[in-house]
Design a protein around this ligand. Structure first.
Ligand code: FAD
Length: 501
């Protein structure tokens, strides 16, 4: 059946990102109707504030003016995530965007660095990453603002107020013909023959038919789960945290916003700090088996950089994913599709890649089994690789100071992760599989940051003379220092480029 009417259920970050992206289809298909249904009474989760670099491309593809958007969402720039107390209490490392150095004669930089380290070079690998050094000195300059033929461009993402971002995209989508309908969905009707969703019924009785539905209704999964009974793959045995309490605060010390999200491990979970222009977003993710709500709240309040700016928002979740992300004529995106912890800011990213796949695969001639299968297969691989990366943060720890850390340190981990760790330990090898999101630098930074050190390096790193290698890495270090020295401070840059009104 041809698709003439798409209904998006839910107006959180996922719903409005989808609406904004699909609205561009209307330019070539004027008769296509796109309707978004949301309920102000139900509201949104609205704590998704930290993003990763592909999100910059998402906004670019929509031809959104970056400075205007950042001003509207109180945004700041982000070049990585700082992990505190994960491998051990008192230990800290940055997982940077971008790469350590660059490939030398086809060999990844960290192998070359390891060889030089063995030969007595004392410099930490972080000295060869532009984003780490920029974060360290609080300096920032967007990529198009400078040119360097020696180094890859600065990789960055944003910290955003997700509620404001959804509002921003709503204006964008409505201006391009998306129709918003306020109200609560009370019922979902299935077609008796195909089992497809035929229509939704609003609480005022209005029946809204659709040919294709995008379920962005959040954890409840109104269409994908409640109507279609798709089923959920529970990953609590690998990612046991199942609660969060969120609490924004003013940045009272007047300090400039950091260029990174901070993830500080506590005794039964961890706390995020996301610096926006006007405030910090904070939250404590924890495991209810090991900590109660009151204690989690008290730990969060005790570790804020200012007075709480709102009432605490308690959230419950089960980590995992839907057994199918695309089922019949419904695609689930955002929290309706699944949830892994916000440790590496991957949720909004998965909305983004879900939209990319949807617009590539969807044909307005109608849905087919092949489309459904391809979408599900590709998305499942993506979730799996991200899951392994998140599990690594918990399993690669020496912490034994609480029952929670004893549990995650000794839990069984997926075989795919076991293999990755074993290969890295033996000679620093990291294979990026299935076009996975996290690159070698990401894996290396977390493994080394949490105490997994390679015993050797790629034999090809021994092929070049040491002096030549030293010359190469000296050049990288010098270029990074020079660039960082000549960048403005992050705070100055924000106030000139995209200061919020
Ligand atoms: P929601 O925000 O829950 O929106 C659901 C929508 O559906 C709402 O508009 C609601 O009104 C509507 N709805 C529901 N039921 C009905 C109904 N019956 N009728 C009508 N409308 C209905 N992601 C990141 O990328 N970075 C982060 O730092 C990050 N931090 C997070 C921290 C926590 C603790 C949590 C839980 C999530 C975090 N996320 C993060 C994830 C991020 O918040 C979500 O992925 C993102 O906001 C998308 O949410 P959503 O739109 O799917 O769902």
């Amino acid at each position: 059946m041809a698709i003439e009417r798409i209904v998006i259920v839910g107006g959180g970050t996922a719903g409005w990102m989808t609406a904004a992206a699909l609205s561009r289809m209307k330019a070539g298909h004027r008769k296509l109707e796109i309707v978004l249904v949301e309920s102000e009474q139900i509201g949104t989760v609205g704590v998704g504030e930290a993003t990763i670099p592909p999100f910059v491309d998402f906004n670019r593809l929509l031809e959104i003016d970056e400075a205007e958007m950042l001003a509207a969402v109180q945004g700041t720039f982000k070049v990585g995530i700082q992990f505190e107390n994960w491998g051990r209490i008192g230990q800290s490392y940055l997982h940077p965007f971008g790469t350590y150095g660059y490939e030398i004669d086809g060999v990844s930089f960290h192998h070359v660095w390891h060889r030089l380290k063995q030969a007595g070079d004392p410099r930490p690998i972080q000295a060869f990453n532009l984003e780490t050094m920029a974060a360290h000195f609080g300096k920032f300059l967007r990529t198009p603002d400078y040119e360097s033929d020696h180094l890859p461009p600065m990789n960055y993402a944003y910290h955003i107020d997700a509620t404001r971002y959804a509002r921003f995209l709503r204006s964008y989508a409505e201006a391009r013909g998306v129709v918003r309908r306020e109200g609560r969905v009370a019922d979902v009707a299935l077609d008796g023959e195909s089992g497809h969703v035929a229509s939704i019924t609003m609480d005022d009785g209005e029946v809204m038919p659709g040919d294709f539905f995008v379920d962005c209704s959040g954890f409840r999964g109104l269409l994908i789960e409640q109507a279609l009974k798709t089923g959920y793959e529970d990953w609590s045995h690998y990612l046991p945290c199942n609660r969060a309490v969120a609490l924004p605060c003013e940045r009272e010390d007047g300090s400039p916003p950091a260029l990174f999200t901070r993830a500080t491990a506590h005794s039964a979970g961890w706390q995020w700090r996301v610096p926006l222009q006007h405030r910090n977003g904070n939250g404590h993710v924890y495991c209810s088996e090991f900590m109660g709500d009151d204690e989690a709240h008290a730990i969060l309040v005790a570790n804020l950089a200012g007075k709480p700016g709102a009432d605490p928002n308690f959230l419950r979740f089960v980590t995992g994913r839907r057994k199918k992300f695309w089922n019949r004529n419904v695609v689930a995106l955002g929290l309706a599709a699944g949830f892994m912890e916000p440790l590496e800011s991957t949720s909004i990213h998965l909305v983004n890649t879900g939209i990319n796949k949807l617009v590539s695969i969807l044909s307005l001639d109608g849905v087919t089994q092949e489309q459904e299968d391809a979408f599900n297969r590709l998305t499942a691989k993506e979730y799996l690789r991200i899951r392994d990366f998140l599990v690594l943060h918990y399993s690669a720890t020496a912490r034994d100071d609480s029952p929670f850390w004893n549990h995650v340190r000794t839990m069984d981990v997926p075989d795919t992760l076991k293999e990755k760790i074993a290969l890295f330990r033996s000679n620093g090898q990291i294979f990026r599989e299935d076009d996975e999101l996290f690159i070698e630098t990401s894996w290396a930074s977390v493994m080394m940051g949490q105490g997994i050190q390679p015993n050797g390096h790629n034999v090809m790193a021994d092929a070049l003379p040491l002096d030549q290698l030293r010359g190469e890495i000296d050049g990288i270090e010098r270029s990074i220092r020079y660039l960082v020295e000549h960048m403005p401070s992050h705070a100055d840059y924000l106030s000139k480029y995209c200061k919020a009104e």
